[in-house]
Design a binder for this molecule. Sequence first.
Ligand code: ZN
Length: 313
Amino acid sequence: MVLGYLLWGGIAQASGVEGHRLRIVTSILPIYCFTINITGDLAEVENLLPPGVEPHDFQFTPREMRIVGAAQILVVNGLGLESWLSRVLDAPENRKTVVIASAGLEADLLPLAGTGSLTSTVPLARSSGFSRSARDSATENPASAWNPHFWLDPTLASRAVTNILAALQKADPTHAEAYAHNAQRYLGELAALDAELQAGLAPLKDQAIITFHDAFPYFARHYGLRVVGIVEKVPDVEPSPRHVAALAALIRREPVRVVFGERQSPSRLVDMLGRDYHVAIAQLDTLETGALTGDAYTRGMRDNLRTLEKALR
Ligand SMILES: [Zn+2]
C-alpha cells in the first residue's frame, strides 16, 4: 500500500480536542486550494508562499520559519519543488507530519527533459525531492528528476486531493467524515472542470505551442497539445542567444502560432519573440502563485482554457 504521507512527529494533540483546530501549512497555491476544499472551516490552513512569490528558487525568511514552526501538518507538492524546505525540516524543533500530495503518482509522472532538448533542463539537484523522503521509497524516488507541475492535469490533481484527504482523516479523525464529504464535492468540481477542458480543447488537438517555463507538459499530455519549446529552460535563468535562435527556428518550422508567456512573470524575451518572429503572444497561468482563495485552482484552469481557445482558434 502506498501511503500519501510521512509521519515525522507526534500529532496526537491535534485530534479530538474541543476548540483546537488542526493547523495546516501548505506550500503552494494549488496545494492550498486542494487542502482548504477538504477542510473548509474545520482546520486552519495557511499557505507558506505569499501571493506573487514563485516556488522555484524560493528563499526562506523569518516569516516562513514562524509559519512552519506553528504548523502541525505540512502539505507539500513534492517532486523536488520545495527543496528549500528540506533544510528547515531537518531542524529538530521542526519535525512535522509532512503530506506529499504527489505520492503514488510515479507511473504517471513525466521526467524533466535532457540538456540538449528545447524543453526543460532544470538541474537534477533541485529535483531530487526531500532528503528525508528517501525513508519512504513509496513516496519519492531520490534519484528521480520528475517534472513537478502535475497539478495542471486535473485528473492528477484529483489523486492529490485523495492523498491529502487520507492524511487529514488520519491526523484529525474527529472530522474524518466531514473531510470526506467536502473532498467528494471538490472531486466532483474537478471532474466537471476536466470535462469542460476536454470539450474546449478537443478542436485544438496537436497544436504546437511554446511556453515560458516547463510547467505545462502534464496539461499538454492530457489535452493533446504539443509543447515543442520552452523559453526559459531553467527557471529564473536568462536563456542563451543560441537557445533563442533555436526557438526562432522552431517557430518557423512547426509552425508555432502562439508563444505563451506567464501572467505572473512578464518576460521581455517573450515580447521580443512575438515582435521579431511575427508570432502571437498570450499569457497562461501556471497557478504556482496567486490570490489564496479556495476557487483559485478551478478558476485559473478555466482562465487558461479561455486563453488557449482565443489564441489557438
Ligand atoms: Zn514551475
